[in-house]
Design a protein around this ligand. Sequence first.
Ligand code: ARG
Length: 597
Amino acid sequence: MKKLIDQISDIVGEAFEKASYDKEYARVTLSNRPDLCEFQCNGAMALAKKYHKAPIEIAEEVGNILKKESSCFSMVSAVKPGFLNLNLSEAFLKGYLDSMAKEDSFGMEKPGELKKIIVDYGGPNVAKPLHVGHLRAAIIGESIKRIAKYMGHEVIGDIHLGDWGLQMGLIIAELKRREPGLEYFDESYTGDYPAKAPFTISELEEIYPTASQKSKEDEVFKEEALRATYELQNGRRGYRALWDHIMRISKEDLKKNYNNLDVHFEWWKGESDVQKYIPDMVEKMKEDGFAYESEGALVVDVKEEKDTKEVPPCMILKSDKAALYTTTDLATLLERKKLFDPDQVIYVVDKRQEMHFIQVFRCAVKTGIMDKDTRLSFLGFGTMNGKDGKPFKTREGGVMRLETLISDINNEMFKKIKENHEVDEESARETAKTVGLAALKYGDLSNQATKDYIFDIDKFTSFEGNTGPYILYTIVRIKSILSRYCKENSIDEEKLAGTVSGHGCNKADNEAEKKLMLELSKYSFVMENSFNELAPHRLCAYIYDVADAFNHFYHENKILTEEDKDKQTGWIALLLLSRRLLETCIDLLGFSAPERM
Ligand code: ARG
């Protein structure tokens, strides 16, 4: 079903044609003066030059035709210098919403060309605890992935673990110092290694930071760690067995953490998976004449004439022949092409890595790893700051662990829910988890991804203002009205939608009702924009407007005590549509609503 704005543009276009003007100029847009009208068309201004006529004359001609021949508008007004101001007719709006209610995805049309998309949005480093830096990637990436799937595309989310770097060598070296007698360190050992790891996840979490600190103070230890990394990467058996243990235990822990965030990856691949492609890939780059030696290192030039800032050559191998972060990302693209052949790859990564991705993208296309027409998109996000405007830290000044952050927010939510009404401890805890996640995710997603934002627990958990809890509160309010309505009229709630679908919404008879209906009608338009611009914040802004319009409508109209049963049924249909639409949107943002709060 065509988007509302396109439907009205078509109608206005016909009027342009009838008046013998080019209908290409008939685009209707949302009004930028909502106090005067709902929609506007500025086509007459552009046409004036072409037809050597005053724009107001053209606007009046077209306006007169619309007034006579179209039932789509309740108001058509030509105003100087040549605008057409338009209000939608209540009947047309009702018809549109009733169709929305009947269709899957509210009548949103699937894009003509369905694409295969990979979203790279994890990037946690194995054995290092998850911290708030990984939060934004997870929250934004999950939402982008859900929106892309909803549009109909075939989408894979890849966690892309950092599982091949120095941190592995650090852990192995530290373990060797602590327990040198373990079979993993005995090079003459040829038996099987134990199935059980020589450490638990909490030990692992202590080992890494200790080792990392030690490597900064102790040159000898650092050498040991580098050596262990090198030996691991070159296949030393015992180290590989330790690495397997680290991977297994860390992945389990990561899964638990990501599950708590309702973030789920289709692929659990990592940097280690693509090391096998590197030798051939590098060889080919050399053979094809793209890679050359510069000061001992192997590089590919990626600068372009149009560059306004310097883009240094993309380094493929260091002078000691070691592969780098770039090399791994290039090999990852190679594997993605081989396994999935995507039309688009979207990277959701800290914006400070932008240059890295410019180099990788250019190098991948230049060297033929990716086709020119594969879209490589970098969605760089800003930093999550504390109230002091500096990157978020614990009270003690350390890096905040994700688990701590989540439990802080849940505790705050729990307090507020308890204050709000009488509930038993257990269900308040359950609700706090659901609402807490919404507070956290909405607090993040409602900001444009590229911008830094301030993590403000009081603001995020507030039931008022532009917050996750406010959105959920609205949904819960709708649910409770619907269930009271069903109770009072002895209707089975499951069957409610069927009961009112024949009736549909009302032709709005008050401003608040019409405003809500107009907001709902923008759905497909907003959804397409959110996807095309990779901008979940647009979806947030939209549901905030819808929630606001709903609450206003709720305060202006006494839904449950309305005597006019026909009108009441129309309102129930409107509530059902509002609820379904809001629930769909929050699911795409990655959270859900509780039954009560
Ligand atoms: N592990 C990296 C980090 O912590 C992020 C990885 C992002 N994704 C990628 N394909 N490079 O900085």
